[in-house]
Design a protein around this ligand. Structure first.
Ligand SMILES: Nc1ncnc2c1ncn2[C@@H]1O[C@H](COP(=O)(O)OP(=O)(O)OP(=O)(O)O)[C@@H](O)[C@H]1O
Length: 312
């Protein structure tokens, strides 16, 4: 049987009269990377902080590495790696000093110099943390999160402020942690990052999970139908079809063997599917709030889809 490192059942969190998280349930298996995706204020950090033991829940069942986080002691905490959304760390120590200091809290820490190299901070190892750029400080946060060789790593928007090259080397670092069997809970607003790193994703909107599943299955088959786009008579034409190559062949045959101008096949990215799920959730909430108001945000599925691989 698969071992679950995280199990969340019917989680609810209220702040006074406001319900931030409602009936959230999901599991993370050992070695799995699960991405929690959602718009600002959806409840991701609240959920992740409850799992880390930083926040108490209002109700529901939560088990992390066999323990209720509200009762997790130091030995349990030492098995977790945490990269918070922001640390507020001003840092009057150098990068190496800070990492050495934190390495001392763990029974089997990573080698500090190897870690500095892994996060690409060799040139800044002797620099005060407060003198680092925002993206460089974020790399220190990531290094602090993994210095103790965590079994379960929480990454709350880990690459905010990273340049594209740093983001790609961070992905490599995460892949090496995955290869070592580390389980990961990731939140990110970069959908390409989730597509690159996660095995499964959960989409959360207004405190509720609206969909979860494997990265290449979420949203269902209908949301994944490709589009053939081409230009004809100065106008852009689009057809949504599960057999795009057949459609292109038909267009070529109809033009006596000439390839249509600008022909391309577009497959919905995780970002396209995510945006549709969030728009559908907002439309459902609006419809529920006012049965007389027509739902908003459920756009035409063809024009809502963007080209694959676009770095937006
Ligand atoms: N301490 C608090 N007191 C009152 N409301 C809070 C508190 N912390 C969070 N909230 C509210 O709970 C909701 C969920 O916040 P949360 O930080 O979990 O969202 P998020 O999904 O992590 O958002 P982001 O993507 O912006 O980080 C928001 O509406 C937020 O304003």
């Amino acid at each position: 049987m698969t071992e679950q490192v995280v199990s969340v059942r019917g989680l609810r969190k209220t702040y006074g009269p406001f319900t931030a998280v409602e009936d959230v349930s999901f599991e993370i298996a050992r070695g799995e990377t699960y991405a929690l995706l959602g718009p600002n204020g959806a409840g991701k950090s609240t959920t992740i902080e409850i799992l880390e033991g930083y926040r108490d829940r209002t109700s529901g069942e939560v088990n992390v590495l066999g323990t209720d986080p509200q009762r997790g002691g130091l030995p349990w905490k030492a098995r977790l790696g945490i990269v918070l959304q922001s640390t507020g760390e001003s840092g009057n120590a150098t990068v190496r000093e800070q990492l050495k200091h934190f390495a001392g809290f763990y029974p089997h820490p990573r080698d500090v110099d190897e870690l500095i190299a892994a996060v690409g901070l060799e040139a800044k190892a002797g620099t005060m943390i407060r003198k680092l750029s925002g993206g460089q400080r974020r790399r220190v946060d990531v290094a602090l999160g993994i210095v103790g060789r965590p079994e379960l790593l929480f990454l709350d928007e880990p690459t905010t402020g990273f340049d594209p090259e740093a983001r790609r080397s961070f992905w490599q670092l995460i892949r090496s942690l995955q290869a070592d069997g580390t389980s990961i809970l990731l939140t990110t607003h970069y959908l390409d990052e989730a597509a690159q790193l996660a095995h499964r994703v959960g989409v959360i909107a207004a405190g509720r999970i609206v969909e979860q599943g494997a990265v290449d299955a979420i949203g269902g088959a209908d949301a994944r139908v490709p589009i053939v786009r081409w230009r004809e008579g100065g106008e852009v034409r689009e057809v949504r079809t599960p057999e795009p190559a057949t459609h292109v062949a038909r267009l070529v045959a109809a033009a006596d063997g000439v390839e249509p101008d600008g022909v391309e096949i577009l497959r919905p990215s995780l970002e396209d599917i995510y945006l549709q799920l969030v728009a559908d959730a907002a439309a459902t909430a609006t419809a529920a709030a006012s049965a007389t108001t027509p739902p908003a945000g459920a756009g035409d599925p063809v024009t809502d889809i963007h080209p694959i691989g676009a770095d937006r």
